[in-house]
Write a protein of this length. Structure first.
Length: 183
C-alpha cells in the first residue's frame, strides 16, 4: 500500500516532466507577411466595393494601373489652393506604420503635429520619396491631412528597406504643410 502512495507522486512528476518538454514555437508578428499584407489591401478594396466607409477612396497611380493606393481625408484638415506639381518640393508631417501597428518612421509626436516645435520633412515630390508618396502628394492640397495605405509595389517592393520587410504595405498619416516650385 505504501509503495502505491509513493509511486503515484513519482508517476505524476514523470508525466508532468514529459509534457513540459514539448517545444512551443512563438508566433512572430511577421509570420505569413506577404499574404497578410495582400489580405489587408484586399480588405480595403472590399470596403470600397461594399461602400462601408464612404471616406475611403482609391488612387490609381499614373505610373502603374496594377496597384492601387487607398486613402482617407482627416476631418478638420481640408486643404486649399493647388496641388503640388511633379517638379515641386513640399513640406510634410508624417507618421509611418506597418499593418501590424509597428511604427517605422515619423517626424511628429502625439496625435497632431505641433507647428511651433516640430520640423516638417522637406522633399521633392519626385525622387526623394517612395513612388506611392509621389502619386499621393500630387493630389493633396496645402493643409490636407490624409491617412494613406501604400501597397508594397509602390513602396519598397519585395526587397524592403532597413527595418521594413519586403511586401510591406505602408500606412502613413500625412499632413501637407507647404509647397514651393523650383526657380
Amino acid at each position: 500500500m505504501n509503495k502505491k502512495i509513493v509511486l503515484l507522486p513519482v508517476l505524476f512528476l514523470m508525466i508532468l516532466s514529459f509534457t513540459s518538454c514539448n517545444e512551443t514555437t512563438a508566433v512572430s508578428p511577421y509570420d505569413n507577411w506577404q499574404s497578410r499584407n495582400q489580405t489587408f489591401i484586399d480588405s480595403l478594396q472590399s470596403v470600397i466595393d461594399k461602400n462601408t466607409d464612404p471616406n475611403l477612396f482609391v488612387i490609381t497611380p499614373m505610373s502603374t494601373l496594377k496597384s492601387k493606393i487607398y486613402a482617407k481625408k482627416v476631418a478638420g484638415y481640408e486643404g486649399m489652393g493647388n496641388s503640388p506639381l511633379f517638379t515641386d518640393s513640399v513640406q510634410v508631417y508624417y507618421k509611418g506604420v506597418l499593418i501590424n501597428g509597428e511604427e517605422f518612421d515619423k517626424n511628429f509626436q502625439g496625435t497632431n503635429p505641433d507647428l511651433n516645435f516640430e520640423v516638417p520633412f522637406n522633399t521633392a515630390v519626385y525622387g526623394g520619396v517612395i513612388l506611392g508618396w509621389t502619386e499621393v502628394l500630387q493630389l493633396m492640397k496645402k493643409g490636407d491631412r490624409w491617412i494613406v495605405y501604400v501597397p508594397y509595389q509602390l513602396a519598397y517592393g519585395t526587397a524592403g528597406k532597413g527595418t521594413i520587410l519586403g511586401y510591406s504595405t505602408l500606412i502613413f498619416d500625412m499632413n501637407l504643410v507647404n509647397i514651393w516650385s523650383p526657380k
